[in-house]
Ligand binder design. Sequence first.
Ligand code: ATP
Ligand code: PAF
Ligand code: BAL
Length: 284
Amino acid sequence: MAPHVLRTVAEVKAWVASLQKEGKTLALVPTMGFLHEGHVSLMREGGRRADVVAASIFVNPTQFGPREDLARYPRDFEGDLAKCASAGVTAVFAPEPAAMYPPGYQTYVDVTEVSQGLCGERRPGHFRGVATIVTQLLALFRPAVALFGEKDYQQLQVIKTLNRDLHLGADIVGMPTIREADGLAMSSRNAYLSVDERRRALALSKGIRAAQDLLASGTRDTGALVEAARRELQAADLREDYVEVRDAGTLSPLVTVAPGQTARMLVAAFSGTTRLIDNMPLAG
Ligand SMILES: Nc1ncnc2c1ncn2[C@@H]1O[C@H](COP(=O)(O)OP(=O)(O)OP(=O)(O)O)[C@@H](O)[C@H]1O
Ligand SMILES: CC(C)(CO)[C@@H](O)C(=O)[O-]
Ligand code: BAL
């Protein structure tokens, strides 16, 4: 069945109230649209964890820097609705920016520690925008469960932290990264890539796998692991934004991956002008 389209905060409040009256639990999947199998995996898991699934489709202006791609971010609302329908989504919230940031709006959410470094450093203000809109969505929908992808790993830690610190009460679920057959992480921004840029973009996942292999062969020094990933980026002529190894929970930088440690390699690089990110666990 076609999802119910909600456009205003008042419509969301009324819809959530009717759900609560029926005693139904809610799973929320926030997105920026131009949906792919990664988004669909979150929606389907939402359906396994709650009675009803809602998705939001909102290209949130406050998380884009002045020189970023807000104006040209890909959109396909009708296609997105069809994907939501087939993934079992009951309601789609697709507000105009003025619905979320009306005149007089003045409240922003800063998650101080896990927002530092990585994308937080390379995209100043980005996580403030993400944390602000996600806080609004969690406060409005009051979902039992909200699902996010591990592809945006630092974002996931930011959201887990704000949910805990602001007592928002959702169960924040991180879902594995869905990949194309050759290993490229699915991302709406892959649509920007030319055939050659798409081929070269594979170096992100190849680089992390090279680091995983090196660790498996006994090299624990993160400098060497970073170099292994970097070599793949350089061979594909990708411009590195960052390559780092961090603790998987706190995101603090690591000098070595100790036995039993849960570490994560996180990479951001440009293929042509398109900035892509990827990350995978490094098993200590
Ligand atoms: N390949 C993927 N596998 C699993 N989840 C994903 C994947 N890509 C995105 N997601 C998750 O879907 C949610 C919405 O993300 P978003 O709409 O920004 O899509 P995106 O493909 O990450 O877009 P972009 O290319 O702008 O980064 C986020 O929680 C994100 O982590
Ligand atoms: C979480 C999110 C929907 C907030 O705008 C966005 O950052 C995204 O799509 O990952
Ligand atoms: N997928 C995270 C949202 C962003 O890049 O702005």
